[in-house]
Design a protein around this ligand. Structure first.
Ligand SMILES: C[S@@+](CC[C@H](N)C(=O)[O-])C[C@H]1O[C@@H](n2cnc3c(N)ncnc32)[C@H](O)[C@@H]1O
Length: 230
């Protein structure tokens, strides 16, 4: 279902402009984007300090990144969200709550390498990315090989990806792609909320809905390792 455009969208986006680093046209391919948009961000200048930088892809309403940023005030956080209507909710939350260490990019994750330097991220969070089970949608899955290649570029050596999903299909698909694309498994559970990892977990908007439906939550954490020789 198509979401209705928010009231006063442009004025409200403008009111959050200090938090918004980039607003791109929807869905360009990487080559086209590189020609139009290549503009590396100076994150030290953006945050006014050096510091570990953590990225969330598809941040939705921003509840997760806001809580993570509160828990780790010494780290810097970037949240990427392709949908302008949705990122507005996240930015208004961060502004309202006075959180200082989060900034936003309103672009498709496909073009992140146009803005972020190689090896600059320590962690990437993928929370409830759409599973897209149809075979002809594989390229759009946020753990497909083309996205894992992008994450490898953005992550420092030993950098980590944390993923949560309600989809057994997407979980198994992702574990297989991590193993093939230079990511080593650190931990995984097929029932996060019955596991030892539940205590530190931050429940996202979609997670709360899936929990209310009685669904188990799948979680994996992987680490960037050197690619195996062919
Ligand atoms: C199912 S929602 C999950 C939202 C949130 N992470 C949560 O757990 O509540 C997935 C979000 O990812 C965003 N998204 C999907 N593909 C994306 C892409 N290629 N780049 C950036 N955001 C994307 C969607 O717009 C949507 O807001």
């Amino acid at each position: 279902m198509r979401m209705r455009r928010k009231r006063n969208l442009e004025a409200r986006m403008q009111a959050c402009e200090e938090l918004l680093l980039v607003r791109g046209r929807p869905m360009l391919n990487l080559k086209e984007a590189a020609e139009h948009y290549r503009a590396r961000l100076d994150l030290e200048a953006v945050f006014g300090r050096k510091g570990e930088c953590v990225l969330e892809v598809g941040c939705g309403n921003g509840a997760f990144i806001a809580e993570l940023a509160r828990r780790f005030p010494e780290k810097n956080f970037l949240a990427v969200e392709v949908c302008t209507n949705v990122i507005l909710t996240a930015m208004e939350r961060v502004q309202r709550e006075g959180i200082q260490n989060v900034r936003f990019l309103n672009i498709p994750a496909e073009i992140l390498p146009c803005y972020l330097s190689e090896g600059g991220m320590s962690e990437i969070y993928l929370n409830f990315s759409t599973p897209l089970p149809a075979a002809n949608c594989e390229k759009q899955r946020l753990t497909s090989p083309r996205f894992l290649q992008i994450y490898r570029t953005l992550l420092r050596d030993g950098g980590e990806i944390s993923q949560k999903t309600d989809s057994a299909f997407f979980f198994d698909y992702s574990l297989a792609r991590y193993a093939e694309n230079g990511f080593a498994l650190l931990c995984a559970t097929r029932d996060l909320h019955a596991s030892e990892y539940a205590a530190d977990n931050i429940v996202t908007e979609y997670e709360a809905n899936f929990l209310a439906q009685g669904k188990p939550i799948y979680m994996a954490r992987v680490k960037k390792v050197p690619l195996a020789e062919p």
